[in-house]
Design a protein around this ligand. Structure first.
Ligand code: ASP
Ligand code: MG
Length: 406
């Protein structure tokens, strides 16, 4: 008997009608004789709306209470889906994350899954039920409700697929698959038939929102084949799989962008050993994930240190930076929340040169200034002014000739 995990995002369960169409896909899989586990996100923009409510009250709500609040979104969609499946004459049961024992660490709002108890799910599957699990949530050993970070339902789905040894994890979403870049910006973006875990990981962490990076990390670690596909049609989507030999022939697979970061600079920091360790140590202690870092020598014995963080962490990071500035007797802290990051990703970069030069040329031709650069084996990212992002993505996509056949 095959095991299939299906995940439906918020837009696929946005209203009763959509929930009923999800039911059809679940039943089709069940009718093939498979065990089916379904993971759902909150309906439509529920999570955003709940967060907006809290922010009408204060800008620094307690993370524990935020988890209590936003974990309710998924509880609505799982129960409605169970009701819908049952109304079609199929046995189904819904569970919250804590109910089935999705154990996480204690970091509210971005908890990591540490263990999943598959007993309850397996038992329900053996009883012939479709099992519906709330995405995005879990609980700590102390029974505190946690959430896994925005988009965390993907992570729940892939983690469940891993522990259950599922044949595939189908991620149903509102796009047809993974594209060379965002088709809303670049009209001739092309859908990829397959992509390696590492490339997907980079695309996801560089801002391609189709699949979240934590989910891809899980998929890679446990070798779960992930199929990203549309919930609105039956077209094959994109398979995210282990790297295969011929993948290196393609230098660049995709262009990603991210408007969700902000840049903070601490100016006039004393140039002595240990300073960076202290600043980034304090940011780490505040659970802030820093992305890019650059240090320039400003004047004699003084440096400027700039870094980027997710906009979610910006207020907190700015506070830490101001404290560090004071403590280190640095000159000032400045910031820019209107930045964007553009990245090119491809496993072929390992064996091809001049990829960076080609990317910089595309930006130069369009008079786009580069503020920060970072590279890895399969990725090059540049921070640019946020207003230039659409132009930059199009230019880079053209430069690498990634467009689909016309
Ligand atoms: N509902 C959560 C969010 O909007 C989790 C998810 O959609 O995957 O971030
Ligand atoms: Mg969502």
């Amino acid at each position: 008997m095959g095991i299939v995990v299906q995940k439906f995002g918020g837009s696929s369960v946005a209203d009763a009608e959509r929930i009923i169409s999800v039911t059809r896909r679940v039943i089709a899989e069940k009718d093939k004789g498979n065990w089916v586990v379904v993971v759902v996100s909150a309906m439509g923009k529920t999570t955003d709306n709940l967060l907006a409510l809290a922010s009408q009250i204060t800008d620094r709500p307690d993370p524990r209470e935020i988890d209590m609040l936003i974990s309710t979104g998924e509880q609505i969609s799982i129960s409605l889906l169970a009701i819908a499946i049952q109304s079609m004459g199929y046995p189904a049961i819904s569970f919250t994350g804590p109910q089935i024992g999705i154990l996480t660490d204690q970091i509210h709002r971005k908890a990591k899954i540490v263990h999943i108890n598959d007993e309850k799910i397996k038992q329900a599957l053996e009883e012939g039920k479709v099992v519906i699990v709330a995405g995005f949530q879990g609980c700590t050993l102390e029974n505190e409700i946690t959430t896994l970070g925005r988009g965390g339902s993907d992570t729940t789905a892939v983690a469940l697929a891993a522990v259950l040894g599922a044949d595939v994890c189908d991620i149903y979403t509102d796009v047809d698959g993974v594209y060379t870049t965002d088709p809303r910006i670049v009209k001739n973006a092309r859908k990829l038939d397959r992509i390696s875990y590492d490339e997907m990981l980079e695309l996801a962490s560089q801002g391609a929102k189709v699949l979240y990076s934590r989910a891809v990390e899980f998929a890679k670690k446990y070798n779960v084949p992930v199929h990203v596909r549309s919930s609105f049609n039956d077209n094959p989507g994109t398979m995210v799989v282990k790297e295969e030999k011929d993948m290196e022939d393609i230098v660049v697979s995709g262009v990603a962008y991210n408007r969700d970061e902000a840049k903070i600079s601490i100016l006039g920091v004393p140039d002595r050993p240990g300073i960076a360790a202290e600043i980034f140590g304090s940011l780490g202690d505040a659970n802030i994930v820093v992305d890019m870092i650059i240090q320039n020598v400003a004047e004699k014995e003084l440096n400027d240190i700039s870094f980027t963080v997710g906009k979610d962490d910006f207020n907190e990071a700015l506070n830490v930076a101001k404290q560090e500035c004071k403590r280190l007797k640095a000159r000032d802290v400045v910031y820019d929340t209107e930045i964007a990051k553009v990245s090119v990703v491809g496993v072929g970069m390992k064996s091809h040169c001049s990829v960076a030069a080609k990317m910089f040329r595309a930006l130069a031709k369009n008079n786009i200034n580069i503020e920060m650069i970072s590279t890895s084996e399969i990725k090059i990212s540049c921070i640019i002014n946020g207003k230039d992002v659409d132009k930059a993505v199009q230019a880079i996509h053209d430069e690498f000739e990634l467009e689909g056949a016309k």
